[in-house]
Design a protein around this ligand. Sequence first.
Ligand SMILES: Cc1cc2nc3c(=O)[nH]c(=O)nc-3n(C[C@H](O)[C@H](O)[C@H](O)COP(=O)(O)O)c2cc1C
Length: 212
Amino acid sequence: MPASSTSDRFSMPLGEAMYNMRAIRRLKPDPVALEDLRDIVDAARQAPSPSNRQSWHFLVVQDAEQRAKLGAIYREAWWAKRRDEGFHKPEDFDPNDKVRMSAMRLADHFGDAPAVILMCADSSAMVDTTGVIPATQNLLLAARSLGLGATITSLHPSVMDDVRALFGMPEGTFVVYAIPVGYPQGNFGPVTRKPLNEVASLDRWGEPLPEA
Ligand SMILES: Cc1cc2nc3c(=O)[nH]c(=O)nc-3n(C[C@H](O)[C@H](O)[C@H](O)COP(=O)(O)O)c2cc1C
């Protein structure tokens, strides 16, 4: 298959993809075609990286048993991160904090996602995890273009040995982001972001960019 035919699949206008790509944490259980997962990973690997080293590895997890085990590890990691922040149980959270509530729900259902893509750094990344970030955004945009929802999540260092053992990952590699992927239960929608004049300047910090 010529390389161009994969890129042709991602035909959604870029503006639509970028402006309507919310974090999708509730996923339908419907399976995602392996072809689609392969193609979004192919889009990920087109991303730039430091010195073009491509110190990454994309581990597509589709097997139900592996997903269930990863789900249990994710839950443990999520609570390990919360404990680091001083939270120990669900009642410690503000119930009006929608992102937190949604993230906690995801922690309980992570293994139910029809697929999870582990965005890993290989040993040549030398603990510099930033190189995998552009590939992650490519993957999210490509998924959006195919009508697939996804969310960036991260694990906790305390579970990394368990994840390496579960997936036979070599020493020196680690998971930078774990991305559940599937068809959304809700809708994609416009993102909520700070206004442009709060986050951008012209020529000197604080000098406003002219309004459109
Ligand atoms: C680097 C990074 C790490 C994130 N980690 C998590 C996470 O561990 N769990 C989670 O549920 N969402 C995670 N998110 C998703 C953010 O919470 C989400 O993108 C943000 O709240 C904006 O939501 P929206 O895009 O739906 O507007 C992460 C996002 C980024 C960019």
